[in-house]
Design a binder for this molecule. Structure first.
Ligand code: DAT
Length: 175
């Protein structure tokens, strides 16, 4: 099933820059940014509390059914620190942001993370948990890792994704 406008998933450990990147892409490429954490919060799609990560566990089924119609329209950029519960056919391409541990550590401390929550998120990055999850959940040929250490990385990631979106649009103009 081809969409005239693509759907993009941005995933990665918290603090790698998903929401910053997604909001920029949304503006620059005229896609609608969907922040899954916000969708879950505003709809109260929350199941439980995760003691290891000190955060709420979202009700994935409710989030998926809330977003289903929107996703079928195309033209969405979705960001979340998990990816294996979305229907595979929602996305045309998946980007996994990665950040060096020391840089990520500082960002998360600045965000107020500490103790087990900080440690578990850093481990999540060390073990490339989200990259493996993405490759397991989607065709690995549409899953790409992007470095997100510096503002220059952010700029080049924005450029690369916008170029990809423009190419998709011209290839699917009559779809
Ligand atoms: P996420 O949505 O993955 O949790 P974020 O977009 O909120 O991450 O970014 C976390 C913080 O790090 C925020 O202060 C912006 C900064 N940041 C993100 N990506 C960056 C990059 N490539 N270079 C420098 N700072 C970055």
């Amino acid at each position: 099933m081809k969409r005239r406008l693509p759907n993009i998933l941005i995933t990665g450990t918290p603090g790698t820059g998903k929401s910053t990147l997604s909001s920029e892409i949304g503006e620059q490429c005229s896609l609608e940014w969907i922040n899954v954490g916000e969708v879950a919060k505003s709809g109260n799609f929350v199941e439980d509390y995760d003691e290891n990560f000190d955060c709420h566990i979202i009700d994935e089924d409710q989030v998926v059914s809330e977003l289903e119609d929107k996703m079928l329209e195309g033209g969405k950029i979705v960001d979340y620190h998990g990816c294996d519960f979305f229907p595979e056919n929602w996305f045309d391409i998946v980007f996994v942001l990665t950040t060096d541990n020391t840089i990520l550590y500082d960002r998360l401390v600045r965000r107020g993370y500490n103790g087990k929550k900080l440690e578990n998120n850093i481990q999540c990055e060390i073990f490339q948990t989200l990259y493996d999850e993405a490759k397991g959940a989607y065709n690995p040929s549409i899953v790409f890792k992007l470095k997100s250490n510096t503002p220059e990385d952010m700029e080049s990631n924005i450029e690369e994704i916008c170029r990809w979106v423009e190419a998709y649009k011209s290839n699917n103009a009559n779809g």
